[in-house]
Design a protein around this ligand. Sequence first.
Ligand code: SF4
Ligand code: SF4
Length: 380
Amino acid sequence: MDCVTKEEIKKFAQQIGVDLVGFASPDCLKEYDNFLKERENLGYSCSIEERDIQKRISPEFILPEVKSIIAIALSYNVEYEIKYYSRSFGIVSRSSWGIDYHKVLKEKMEKLSEFIKSKCEGVKTVCLVDNNPLLEREIAYHAGIGWFGKNGLIINDEYGSYIFLGEILINKYFEPDAPQKTKCGDCDLCIKACPTNAIVEPYIINAHKCLSYITVKKGKIEEKMSKKMGRRIYGCDTCQHVCPFNKRAKKVVRSEFVPDKLLPRHDLIEILNMSKKEFAEIFGPTSSSWRGKSIIIRNAIIACVNTKEKSCIEPLKNLLKSQSPLLRGYSAWALSHLCDKEILSEIENALLKEKDEMAKKMMIEVLNKLKGDKIENNER
Ligand code: SF4
Ligand code: SF4
């Protein structure tokens, strides 16, 4: 008799609050070799993706004795009504509401591993959530967690696509579950709704155009993309928001993913003024903090410009003296959009003190633009 069955594992997982469990073969990723090469050649992969294709498709690099992968999913489609927001707000993606999901999933997977180990001798496991090179969505697909939507996400009939995925690599064999066929049919709502046309064809996403990636990307963002960010300060939910399977998805009561200090519509001025300590308090417990304070503030600055929010002007002037060159450059850029010519002298003064090449370049660009506009205005 088997030391533990799939049904026993599923039952225990349910008891500890895991919504979905499935089983996949460790070889299920081998077929994605060409897909990844093609994606790389087309320039659709982004800088946060692992470049070594073999690492992406080989779970045995992480656990050499791996015989199965247990895929789990946890819904973050919590009952929560967005009641409060100020006039100047930035939007935080649902995946960053509440406590960092990496922590929540890891705890549950560790409990599940301990359960299996208590039943079977010599079992080895490795628990993974997101921060590993393996193709997580493809594992979830092969484990029958859900099917691929045209937006490239895994959709479950009951929970939709607002699900976090995790994997347990294990040196014990379990019969793999069956993958499910897509149910998108003729629908193309996500493709039409995507603000940047990042869904280049059904199921194929160009990460360089996707705002989920762009909002966490380091450095300067191309101006045409920053305009598309709108109020987004972390992530993008648009292609999930329009999906009919999410409209009818089951809501869950899960206090971990209910927003706490970081609000789904967070005040931009508060973000622009944030100290290191305040960043740690507001963003620190959530999954949006991993890229650091400057990236979030940069996105908030962009949101101020996109919403023409004049109340951001004073905090932006303070940011001209920020310790971060990125923020000094971005605040000059934003002020040039939100102020009249009177801001010229403040940016010129900031430029005189500026030592960083990128910040200098941004300031010179905005000064040229402002001066150019001035000539035009004088001519009229
Ligand atoms: S997350 Fe946003 S930008 Fe990315 S594909 Fe979906 S709608 Fe487009
Ligand atoms: S919006 Fe429509 S096409 Fe896009 S993933 Fe959902 S069902 Fe599929």
